[in-house]
Write a protein that binds this ligand. Structure first.
Ligand SMILES: Nc1nc2c(c(=O)[nH]1)N[C@H]1C(S)=C(S)[C@@H](COP(=O)(O)OP(=O)(O)OC[C@H]3O[C@@H](n4cnc5c(=O)[nH]c(N)nc54)[C@H](O)[C@@H]3O)O[C@H]1N2
Ligand SMILES: Nc1nc2c(c(=O)[nH]1)N[C@H]1C(S)=C(S)[C@@H](COP(=O)(O)OP(=O)(O)OC[C@H]3O[C@@H](n4cnc5c(=O)[nH]c(N)nc54)[C@H](O)[C@@H]3O)O[C@H]1N2
Ligand code: SF4
Ligand SMILES: [Mo]
Length: 737
């Protein structure tokens, strides 16, 4: 597709949020000079947002590290890849040998779900290392959904997504796709899809303490009190039962425990929850009736329903409502996508179920969830002396000093480690503590396949984009970096990185040929291996997964369709998808029932304090995009939003600095008075606080903002999932002038 030798275009799936838009990059020489939406992309059809449009600037950020850094005499200095991996192997192996695998803490950050390497290598690393000290961004985000799905469906990654293109009614809680572009619901142009829903006569209800742009579009906006969603949803379920509006439809035969749920929500009447939610009981009844009456409907909750005190209960209730109204697993409701790299479907059969709390964290005894410990407990696992303390950290694409509670404590803890290695393009608040930083190339030089997000997409589809620009001299691809890291940590330092891929391919195919439900059952592993195409280990692994998957695809087929392959609308997958012990949807799992008394107590609580919630900005992403001038211009975004009534009561002026105090510490931020937040609520965004020394993010450091997570001390968690309560915690304000 080249125009001239110097200027050409190339396709690239955007890795900057979950919408996975297809981009057409303009490339001059080895630089991306433009990005527009690929109109022929079978999924995104030309949609692009300001972040995607800034792909070139982000890609060419001069602060991105070009070569590894290794600490010598206390200072991070440029080093060769050989020196860097030698250092990792030499420093980490003795620690593992002396103190055992739990002495190594592994931290996985959000961008791992946006790279091929992040999907392919961390699982191998963890299976070789066998540490129980695994911490990921999930416990700052969606772990409640995994736990809920694990308990309901027996599979923590079986996550139903709202059928945006076909639903008649969407009840959306704690999500703001107008700014986030959607999450656990991959849909390019999510805002456009909401507008289309309304155009075709559908209804949108948005529950959010802030009047977001998403809320502005809604037929009904409920400015709920933060943290009260579980009460609202329990009351909706109660009304459905009381008014005999439940109708499970085709699900009827596959659900058990409906009567138990009816019993469990009995006392959560609209009147009982109204004060805690700050809602009118009649409005709650109306919402329940509308939900039941809609020809099809979907209930969908995201970050604001997840990183809250009752995160798992809220996420569970979301799907309870989908089940009770017969909308789970039916077109127009909430369905389970089937991605090209999913396992091929097999006959329905009871599974192993989902276990929580198989082990607990050392210091506070937090139960594991999905083999993870709470990110909020990461610092204490490093800085609390004793047997089993974390002495070394492997950080892959993570910036917990800003993204997790009490970054100051974590900052100090990381500084006291025996060894730390970061795979990160930036020298930032977290990676500055590493002894070795291994920088991946910019996205233009990486191939892309969405292992994660295809499984949450509102339409089944598959796309692959090879690297748009060849690897710059002296660079290693992130897959090779992570593969070499696996070898260095696993005691195989010096082996070829392809050995990791070969090992995975051998293991996977050996299992597959023995599996009677696999499309390759009974075939020969060597022959199957020889048939795999792909120029690199990751491509061969992708090819293998496609061939083992449900659609009879291959890498070759993907390369032949550069704008993607449409795999059709979402289709029902129950009962075959279920992996519970009973083989049914278990609607009232025991751990949920055991957590309900906590929710009952909340009926009596009347928070008097101001509650803080977060927010996202369209031109940013968590902590790492503040270094791109084109995205970070304009007025200060790291402001404390407050309602005029509260501001007047507290004598706080617009634009003036205010002191914010909470259990974890205090901050100063400028005030932005706006009635977009409800009374009793203030909002401060996360990902800011770029004022620590020793970082190399010059644009971000010039407008650092403050780290909202410094207000937390790490003790507020959703108990079932270990997810930090980042929304709806009490703060106090005092004017500084
Ligand atoms: N108060 C509050 N805190 C929050 C949230 C909130 O809403 N409020 N949101 C939470 C959520 S949802 C999440 S997901 C977490 C995110 O938490 P983290 O994952 O810790 O943070 P990120 O800012 O996403 O950045 C992770 C790191 O990845 C690096 N990176 C970027 N691209 C790549 C790449 O291609 N390869 C590699 N190896 N590294 C890369 C960046 O430089 C950065 O250091 O934050 C959470 N923290
Ligand atoms: N532009 C941009 N896009 C992003 C990101 C980004 O940082 N910037 N981050 C990406 C990541 S990692 C994720 S996980 C997704 C998140 O995607 P979303 O979940 O859509 O993210 P938010 O914009 O944080 O929306 C959460 C909403 O919940 C509201 N809220 C807070 N507390 C409560 C509550 O108790 N109840 C209810 N009902 N609502 C509440 C907040 O006011 C906010 O509007 O976005 C992704 N996309
Ligand atoms: S919506 Fe997300 S995937 Fe699409 S262009 Fe913007 S950042 Fe990229
Ligand atoms: Mo996230």
């Amino acid at each position: 597709m080249s125009r001239t030798a110097a200027t050409r275009t190339a396709l690239r799936i955007c890795p900057l949020c979950e919408a996975t838009c297809g981009l057409t990059l303009t490339i001059e020489g080895t630089r991306v000079t433009g990005a527009r939406g690929d109109r022929d992309d079978i999924f995104s059809r030309g949609f692009i947002c300001p972040k995607g449009a800034s792909f070139g600037e982000l890609d060419a950020d001069p602060d991105r590290l070009r070569s590894p850094l290794v600490r010598k005499d206390g200072e991070l200095r440029e080093a060769s890849w050989q020196e860097a991996f030698d250092e990792v192997a030499a420093r980490i192996r003795p620690l593992i040998e002396e103190y055992g695998p739990n002495a190594v803490g592994v931290v996985l950050g959000n961008p791992n779900v946006h790279t091929m390497a992040g999907a392919l290598y961390p699982p191998v690393l963890l299976s070789l290392l066998r540490t129980r000290n695994l911490f990921t961004a999930s416990t700052l985000d969606q772990m409640p959904k995994h736990v809920s799905s694990g308990l309901l469906f027996g599979d923590p990654v079986a996550i139903p997504v709202p059928d945006l293109d076909r639903t008649d009614h969407l009840l959306l809680l704690g999500a703001n796709p107008f700014d986030s572009n959607g999450s656990l619901c991959t849909a390019a142009d999510f805002p456009g899809k909401l507008k289309a829903l309304r155009r075709r006569g559908g209804t949108l209800t948005v529950v959010d303490p802030r009047r977001t742009r998403t809320a502005q579009l809604a037929d009904r906006h409920i400015a709920i009190r933060p943290g009260a969603d579980a009460l609202l949803l329990a009351a909706l379920a109660q009304v459905l039962f009381e008014e005999k509006l439940t109708d499970l439809g085709a699900l009827e035969a596959h659900v058990e425990g409906v009567g138990d749920v009816e019993e469990a929500v009995r006392e959560f009447t609209p009147e009982a929850v109204a004060a805690a939610c700050d809602m009118d009981p009649e409005e709650i009844r109306t919402i329940a009736r509308e939900l039941a009456a809609a020809p099809t409907a979907a209930v969908y909750g995201r970050v604001g329903s997840s990183t809250v005190e009752f995160g798992t209960l809220t996420n569970w209730l979301v799907d309870v409502l989908n089940v009770l109204t017969g909308n789970l697993d039916r077109p127009g409701g909430a369905l389970f996508p089937l991605s090209a790299t999913d396992r091929a479907p097999r006959p329905a059969a009871p599974g192993k179920g989902f276990a929580l709390g198989r082990w607990a964290s050392r210091v506070s005894g937090h139960p594991e969830a999905k083999s993870e410990l709470p990110m909020a407990a990461f610092a204490e696992e490093i800085d609390t002396p004793g047997d089993g303390r974390i002495r070394a950290v492997i950080s892959l694409a993570a910036n917990p000093v800003l993204s997790a509670p009490d970054g100051d404590r974590l900052d100090r803890a990381l500084a006291g480690l025996d060894f730390m290695v970061s795979v990160d393009p930036y020298l930032n608040e977290t990676s500055r503590h590493a002894d070795v930083i291994l920088p991946p190339p910019p996205p233009s030089q990486s191939s892309h396949f969405d292992f994660a997000f295809n499984a949450f997409a509102v339409h089944n589809q598959v796309r692959y984009t090879p690297a748009a620009i060849p690897l710059e001299e002296g660079r290693l691809g992130e897959s090779e970096i992570q593969a070499r890291l696996v070898l260095a940590v696993g005691g195989l330092h010096g082996a070829e990185p392809s050995a990791v891929d070969d090992m995975v391919i051998e293991r996977t195919l050996t299992k597959a040929v023995a599996d009677p439900h696999s499309p390759v059952h009974g075939q020969d592993v060597k022959e199957l291996t020889a048939r795999l195409t792909g120029r690199t280990g990751p491509e061969r692994r992708l090819d293998m997964m496609l061939r083992l998957g449900p659609y009879d695809l291959s890498l070759e087929a993907l390369l032949a369709s550069p704008h993607g392959i449409d795999l059709g609308p979402l289709r029902p997958r129950i009962p075959r998808l279920l992996k519970t012990r009973s083989g049914h949807i278990e609607l009232l799992p025991a751990p949920i029932a055991a957590d309900l008394p906590r929710l009952r107590r909340a009926l009596e609580e009347r928070p008097g304090a101001l509650l803080l919630v977060g927010r996202r900005h369209l031109r940013s992403n968590n902590s790492w995009m503040h270094n791109v001038a084109t995205l970070n211009g304009g007025s200060n975004r790291c402001t404390l939003q407050i309602h005029p009534v509260d501001a007047a009561r507290l004598g706080i002026e617009d634009g003036a600095p205010v002191r914010i105090t909470a259990e974890g510490g205090e901050l100063e931020a400028p005030v932005e008075i706006t009635d977009a937040v409800r009374t009793g609520v203030v909002s401060l965004p996360h990902g800011w606080g770029h004022d620590r020394p020793g970082t190399r993010m010059s644009v971000a450091a010039a407008r650092p903002g403050v780290n909202v997570n410094q207000l937390l001390d790490g003790s507020r968690l959703d108990p079932l999932s270990g997810t930090a309560v980042l929304n709806g915690f009490p703060v106090e304000l005092s004017p500084l002038r």
